[in-house]
Ligand binder design. Structure first.
Ligand code: CTP
Length: 413
């Protein structure tokens, strides 16, 4: 399936910081996705990773200050930045951000950054006090105003023993930011899914016990909302039916807010027909068989109330098994805590959907409510194992798969 990183040329500048080791993983992942990487190592960066390691991982010469500023016979420093599709600075130290902000060009890295006419993405990494220092924040504001893109930093434990913002974004997050950059550029103007109606469900459902209490689950809606966003960006006409979440409505999407599984089914049925349906919601399997119009009270001496549950309608199965106007492509999710693939394969057949996106939602994965996800795309043709990605990147990749499906279908028609 199409990959936004295929044949992209990335110029990676590694400045000084303990996070430099993460850039090695970033190089590996970029190359796995078909991108080529040229590395520039600052003098401070060379205290953390060696030119030999970088040359091995990039499969290319590594550019350092030691000889390249005068190396006009080989590739000049201006050409080095002109020859890239994107310049990435990871880790970006407080020092390099300050130099970029001031427009200094005293070494190879800063000269390249000054000379480039290509977009620049930086992944800051520094001690929390350095990051929150007024001078750094002033530089960041200036760089943002200059059109420099940022990914991170994240909150967390730091190598220096402190805690707070300053940790470099994880390689998967930087990869997603790079992917998003190319996806946006690729699709700005071109809207390959224009005219395609896609229905997406997202979030949890709330099943009332009484007017103040409800049964719910840990779904945040992040994955479903990201899918709706990615499809809308590609020009699809997206209806997003969402249970209660803290997320803002994605741009360019028709959002229908619902509470219960039954409301969600009704809203989906009202939104049909659709060419593609993606059920990412964590729909409650059961609802409470009560119709309490008043709050259930704790009467002194009374027995603890017990709740009787009845099964909710299955939205994915209902849509998959439609006899008339069945969508061309119905995609479900399988949230599993064990035997992920085995259960997901059985679930696809049981529910009658075309593809199923299987993910492990055991507490230790942090998927429920978190920002990262490892998924497997299962269809009648087999299984694709995707790497650990931010939910946004999973969404973009799924949107591309949908696009490929629609294009193939059109070319066969
Ligand atoms: N789903 C749905 N309606 C339901 C339950 C689930 O549309 N009442 C959809 C979900 O949106 C998801 C898929 O079915 O796309 C699988 O959901 P999951 O919670 O993994 O499976 P369940 O059907 O709940 O099965 P089990 O609890 O046995 O794993």
């Amino acid at each position: 399936m199409a990959d936004a990183l295929q044949n992209r040329r990335i110029l990676l500048i590694i400045s000084g910081g303990i996070a430099a080791y993460k850039s090695l993983e970033l190089i590996r992942r970029l190359r796995d996705h078909g991108a080529s990487v040229r590395a520039v190592l600052t003098e401070a960066g060379s205290k953390f990773v060696t030119p030999l390691t970088l040359a091995t991982l990039t499969g290319d010469k590594v550019y350092t200050d030691l000889f390249d500023l005068t190396d006009t016979a080989a590739i000049g420093h201006i050409e080095l930045s002109r020859d890239a599709d994107l310049v990435v600075v990871a880790p970006a130290s407080a020092d390099i951000l300050a130099k970029m902000s001031a427009g200094l060009g005293g070494d190879l890295a800063t000269t390249l950054l000054l000379a480039t006419d290509k977009p620049v993405l930086v992944a800051p990494a520094m001690n929390v006090r350095m990051w929150t220092h007024r001078a750094t924040q002033r530089n960041v504001e200036q760089l943002m105003a200059d059109g420099i893109h940022f990914v991170g930093p994240n909150d967390g434990d730091m190598a220096c023993g402190e805690f707070g913002p300053g940790r470099m974004a994880e390689p998967a997050e930087i990869l997603a930011a790079i992917t998003q950059h190319f996806s946006e550029n690729e699709f700005s103007g071109a809207k390959p899914l224009a005219g395609v109606h896609v229905l997406v469900t997202s979030g949890p459902t709330h099943e009332p016990i009484d007017p103040v209490r409800y049964l719910a689950n840990r779904s945040s809606g992040k994955q479903g909302h990201a899918i709706a966003t990615a499809l809308a960006r590609m020009g699809a006409n997206v209806t997003l039916v969402s249970g209660p979440t803290n997320l803002t409505a994605p741009a360019g999407v028709t959002l229908k807010r619902v509470e219960t599984a039954r409301d969600m089914l009704a809203a989906c049925q009202a939104a049909l027909p659709a060419q593609v349906v993606i059920c990412a919601a964590a729909v409650a399997d059961w609802r409470v068989d009560v119709d309490a119009t008043q709050k259930i009270k704790k009467e002194a001496g009374a027995a603890t109330p017990s709740l009787t549950l009845v099964e909710n309608p299955d939205i994915l199965a209902t849509i998959s098994k439609l006899k008339t106007n069945r969508p061309d492509l119905v995609i479900g999710f399988a949230a599993e805590t064990e035997k992920v693939i085995e259960h997901a394969i059985a679930k696809r057949l049981r529910k009658g959907c075309d593809w199923i996106v299987a993910n492990d939602v055991s507490p230790e994965t942090g998927v429920m409510g978190g920002d990262l996800n490892t998924v497997h795309l299962i269809s009648a043709d087999g299984q694709e194992d995707w790497p650990l990605l931010p939910k946004q990147a999973v969404a973009e990749r799924l949107a591309r798969s949908v696009l490929t499906y629609i294009q193939n279908k059109k070319s066969k028609a």
